[in-house]
Design a protein around this ligand. Structure first.
Ligand SMILES: [Zn+2]
Ligand SMILES: [Zn+2]
Length: 315
């Protein structure tokens, strides 16, 4: 297999794009595509302040790396969830994020959930007794809350996450199986800011997971290989597996599934865009926007614990 650009030996063959590239050309191609998606979906400009949510995994650290290389003003935020023992999952991922930011001389905000709110994610999950996937939904809720809080406090224009195509297609697959229309309306490469909520973007949403893994390895990014211990057996991993079966027999299927969804949405298949706006007001406790009655679901989790939290499929 030869590089399409220069004819030397290819390191990656992307059947889904009918494209094989050598190491230097792949390392050029992926950031150039990222730049194209940032512009196409009007995520942010070089004049804006970007906050990158980093977990220590390959996607988010690669995203940060790419944005720095492309010349964007990108700071990081790491949320320490308290998962695993001392020196375990959370400690290790935090160390990798800190090392990354020091090596590149970039600012990293660190929020320790236990210090800030009194309990770790596993402790929240146990107290709220949410059955299967409980840690993941508590974790998602907490991350969204903290990321928005930090983005608002420090005046960032946009908050970006490292969700790749496999993540997006799996969420879409789950939402489609359940016809979760409201979640589907809010699934997009970019979500505009609304009062109290910072704009959100997913610059990697069109890259396959294996492309991101190749990028991280070929760029010598030191990342945590291990998945979060709570994600094992989760429905999102199950949906990813199902999508991969489709992809295997029909390269490009995953990408078509996601891109045709975006197109159908733009064409008004689900609802005219003006209907999408939600009725939000300020949480009486923390002040962040919520569609709940009085306090937001995060504050409800902190206060009562046993309330059944909204099972969100949006990330
Ligand atoms: Zn080449
Ligand atoms: Zn609140």
């Amino acid at each position: 297999m030869k590089c399409r650009t220069c004819g030397s030996k290819a390191v990656i063959n992307m059947r889904q794009h009918k494209l094989a590239l050598c190491k230097p050309h792949f390392l050029e191609w992926l950031p150039a595509q990222t730049e194209r998606f940032i512009k196409k979906y009007e995520m942010f400009t070089r004049y804006e302040k970007v906050l990158v949510a980093v977990s220590g995994g390959k996607d988010s650290l690669s995203l940060w790396n790419i944005l720095i290389k492309l010349g964007y003003q990108a700071d990081g935020i790491y949320i320490s969830l308290g998962i695993g023992e001392e020196g375990g999952y959370s400690d290790l991922s935090r160390q990798l994020c800190e090392d990354f930011s020091l090596d590149r001389n970039q600012q990293l905000h660190i929020v320790d959930v236990k210090k800030e709110f009194g309990e770790t994610i596993p402790q929240f999950a146990q107290r709220t007794r949410r059955g299967k996937n409980k840690a993941c939904s508590v974790c998602g809720l907490t991350k969204r809350h903290v990321m928005n809080q930090v983005a608002q406090k420090f005046g960032y224009d946009v908050l970006v996450t490292g969700h790749n195509l496999d993540d997006e297609a799996a969420v879409l697959f789950g939402n489609t199986l359940h016809w979760a229309g409201e979640f589907m309306l809010r699934q997009a490469p970019v979500l505009p800011a609304t009062p109290g909520l910072t704009r959100k973007g997913k610059p990697l949403c069109r890259f396959y997971e294996k492309e991101m893994a190749a990028y991280a390895i070929l760029s010598d990014i030191d990342y945590i290989y291990e998945e979060c211990p709570y994600s094992i057996g989760s429905t999102s991993i199950y949906y990813k597996h199902q999508m991969n079966l489709l992809e295997h027999d029909n390269p490009g299927e995953k990408s078509h599934f996601y891109l045709r969804f975006l197109r159908a949405k733009d064409n008004g298949l689900f609802a005219p865009p003006e209907i999408i706006k939600q009725d939000l007001h300020e949480c009486s406790n923390c002040g962040q926007p919520t569609s709940g009655k009085d306090v937001c679901s995060f504050c409800r989790m902190l206060e009562q614990g046993n309330e059944h939290l909204e099972r969100s499929q949006v990330n």
